[in-house]
Ligand binder design. Structure first.
Ligand SMILES: NC(=O)c1ccc[n+]([C@@H]2O[C@H](COP(=O)([O-])OP(=O)(O)OC[C@H]3O[C@@H](n4cnc5c(N)ncnc54)[C@H](OP(=O)(O)O)[C@@H]3O)[C@@H](O)[C@H]2O)c1
Length: 312
């Protein structure tokens, strides 16, 4: 893909870190015309350094996917500058942890606003340009959480599950115009989504919550799993590159083995067996975790006041 008027114009959302940043840098180095968007341009430094390190160029534009005006402004600037968008990568997103009763209505709606309606805002703005050209690819970054649910992630699960249904339906609608809609469903990769960008329900650390001991156990469990995860987040960029090049790419694309296995188990096992397996994974070590909790009980209220200050 050498950069020329024929190099694909690729718009990517959420490029300040993680998959978005790596995908933008990778595609730029491969000669794509990359428009990398992020909601806070003060965070562009890491992307620019990565692009400089690998070679290539990116155009960075502000875009908050929940703000329709900012979406329209960015897409209009691309239309004026390039006249087309060949590929849209809907990547921006976050995950909120918390049991349903610990989550507020606002927190659940905010999750949907970004991961589901945010994708729709950008897609709605981009489709007319693709329709005019009668070609295009819309690549939606879903998750293993879009087909397999887990305790304390139901809001995130719902947002990605909705994204999957929307993508499947939209794929039929846009085929008449030569526009393809694709999903990437990654498993766990160590990115800021689990650290700086992690969000928790307002009552996640409330010791009076009936879920307190479970949520503390689950956070420890998930973070131990993430800390031990050595998969390369670049795999998502590699997959995006492959999908851009492919003539007839499959609808579902799962980059990592563990999610591929989960996908097939989910399809072939009776749900009773599958859900018992999921439950076992999450509850394993629970009694050990409870005794750690009991040992630290006096520290709880102190920690809670600092945690609640962090939670948005
Ligand atoms: N890492 C994983 O294990 C994993 C697995 C499956 C799926 N995913 C999905 O992959 C995507 C990227 O996540 P990541 O792992 O790369 O995490 P990340 O490093 O936290 O990156 C998330 C990106 O989304 C941006 N973002 C969040 N809300 C936004 C908004 N309203 N408008 C524009 N940008 C916004 C963030 O911007 P700020 O810096 O401004 O917050 C950041 O650039 C997400 O959709 C996530 O659900 C991740």
């Amino acid at each position: 893909m050498s950069q020329s008027s024929h190099s694909p114009v690729v718009l990517i959302t959420g490029c300040s870190s993680g998959f978005g940043l790596l995908t933008a840098a990778r595609l730029a180095a491969k000669g794509c015309t990359v428009v990398a968007t992020m909601r806070d341009l003060r965070k562009e430094g890491n992307l620019i350094s990565e692009v400089n390190r690998r070679g290539g160029t990116v155009e960075v534009l502000p875009m908050d996917v929940t703000d329709k005006q900012s979406v329209m402004r960015a897409v209009e600037r691309i239309r004026m500058g390039h006249g087309r968008i060949d590929v849209l990568v809907n990547n921006a997103g976050y995950g909120i942890g918390g049991f349903f009763e610990d989550l507020t209505d606002e927190e659940i709606r905010a999750q949907m606003e970004t991961n589901f309606f945010g994708v729709q805002n950008v897609t709605r703005a981009v489709i007319p340009l693709m329709r005019q050209c009668r070609r295009g690819k819309i690549i939606n970054v879903s998750s293993v959480a879009g087909f397999s649910a887990s305790p304390s992630f139901s809001a995130y699960n719902a947002s990605k599950w909705a994204l999957e249904a929307f993508s499947e339906g939209l794929r039929y609608e846009l085929q008449f115009f030569g526009i393809d809609v694709l999903l990437i469903e990654p498993g766990t990769y160590k990115t800021k989504i689990f650290y700086e960008n992690a969000q928790y329900a307002r009552h996640f650390d409330n010791p009076d919550s009936p879920y307190f001991i479970w949520s503390q156990h689950l956070r420890r469990k998930v973070m131990a799993y993430v800390n031990d995860c050595h998969k390369d987040p670049e795999e998502i960029g590699i997959m995006v590159e492959k999908l851009i090049r492919a003539k007839n790419p499959p609808f579902r694309n799962i980059p990592d083995i563990e999610s591929q296995v989960l996908y097939w188990l989910r399809r072939i096992l009776p749900f009773r067996v599958y859900s018992a397996m999921i439950r076992m994974f999450f509850m394993e070590g629970f009694s050990k975790s409870r005794s750690v909790e009991a040992d630290h009980a006096p520290m709880r209220s102190e920690r809670n006041s600092s945690m609640s200050a962090q939670v948005r």
